[in-house]
Design a protein around this ligand. Structure first.
Ligand code: MN
Length: 225
């Protein structure tokens, strides 16, 4: 499996040395003593988990990863543990809450934008209109529209329970969503970890701030999965 180095660097820069989780760990103990859950990018969530047959473009994930991460999301939300969900992470969050996904954006009617952009990882591919007043609006800087990178062929279709849309691209694709009832549950469809000049540092800093504010903090540190 790939080492999610960019996520680790970004978390560390925000003040939180991460501890990657292993799919071999039991989920019942994986979150003991940690302060937050960072869900990283990756391949596709099994569409059977939201009641659909796979599209021909289905990119199968590591065996066991879907169930592992979905269980972690439910446990983290139940424990009011802060969650930052990136790309596949946002899709996992949505499916864990009963939502569905667009399985392949290029196969959708209506000529949607290119969301799987080539080039360097921080290439700006499209803009995102950020919902004013949302949690993510406070974290991505001034203005209601931000340029983002984009390396995904899936996105949220039907929202899971408790999730609200906090950002969309000009073609209507959901690019950010979160759970306002949670202490901190922020998901973005782009890759903030690929920006090294501070463009999206506030997303990671806001996540780490929320981790530090947990009243029952046990002294651990946020971990990506
Ligand atoms: Mn996109």
């Amino acid at each position: 499996s790939r080492r999610p180095r960019a996520y680790e660097v970004a978390a560390r820069r925000a003040g939180a040395p991460p501890r990657p989780l292993s799919l071999d760990e039991p989920t019942s103990a994986a979150l003991d003593g940690v302060d937050g859950l960072l869900l990283t990018g990756g391949d596709d969530v099994d569409p059977a988990l939201y009641g659909e047959a796979p599209h021909p473009t289905y990119d199968v994930s590591e065996p066991g990863r879907d169930a592992f991460e979905i269980d972690l999301v439910r446990r983290a939300l139940a424990a009011d543990l802060p969650i930052l969900a990136i790309c596949r992470g946002l899709q996992v969050l949505n499916v864990a809450l009963g939502g569905t996904l667009i399985q392949d954006i290029p196969s959708e009617p209506g000529g949607l934008l290119q969301h799987d952009a080539a080039g360097p990882a921080n290439t700006l591919a499209h803009s995102v209109a950020i919902t004013p007043g949302s949690c993510v609006a406070a974290l991505v800087g001034p203005g209601e529209s931000r340029g983002v990178n984009s390396r995904h062929h899936q996105a949220i279709r039907a929202l899971g329970q408790g999730l609200v849309v906090t950002g969309t691209s000009p073609d209507g694709v959901i690019e950010a969503a979160g759970v306002p009832a949670a202490r901190f549950c922020v998901g973005v469809q782009w890759h903030p970890e690929n920006f090294k000049a501070g463009e999206f540092d506030r997303l990671f800093e806001g996540f780490v701030d929320a981790c530090r504010r947990r009243p029952e903090r046990a002294g651990g540190s946020p971990r990506p999965t």
